[in-house]
Design a protein around this ligand. Sequence first.
Ligand SMILES: [Cu+2]
Length: 227
Amino acid sequence: MRTTVLITLLLPATSLAHFGLNYPPWRGESLTPTNTTISQWAYPCANVQSNGTRTPWPLTGGSVEVDLHHPWTYMFINLGFGPVVTNFNVSLNPGGALVNETGNGTLCYNHVALPGPATLGLTVTDGMLATLQVVTVGQTGSALYNCADIIFTSNATLLSSDQCTNSTGVSAQAVSTATNSTGSGSSATASGSSSSSTSSSGAGVLSRPSGTFLTVAAGLLGLIAYL
Ligand SMILES: [Cu+2]
């Protein structure tokens, strides 16, 4: 039974390796096996150049939807301002925390909020250009990159709740730092999963996946670690 499950899950995992950036639409297909100059391992944008298309994004931040093909990942959403971004120095991670994602499928944040002007060091206005960078990192430390070009637009809208959904079994937890308040010997901190939502509205966090899924996912990790 376990073997059957593993094989069934392994096929899509290998044929659809890495991840896709559904919204804002990525610069271009970066999962192509035919164009060898494109690689999601390549910083900062998988070697995919801007195609001239920019998605209007609200001034206070907008929706982000990714299609994740690995059993789990850490994820970062970054932003850089300007027409040609080389420095993605603004972290947009929901809640300001490291995102620990579990599951294989779509993860959607209805509203990824921009920091305020004091943090950004500038005021976002209509027509400003920027690029979003989504980074995922697995257990080997190798990061994967995808980018989407945007234009801040005052009347741009968020994805609707039916456009922005999480696949079954996909969830994201904010990794938080917890202090050991009772121990006397160790002052080590532990990183764990907080239970709070990391999305200001709509989708973004679903319940934890089942134990069975985690067991299967753990078994898969070794098999597809090289992907
Ligand atoms: Cu991969």
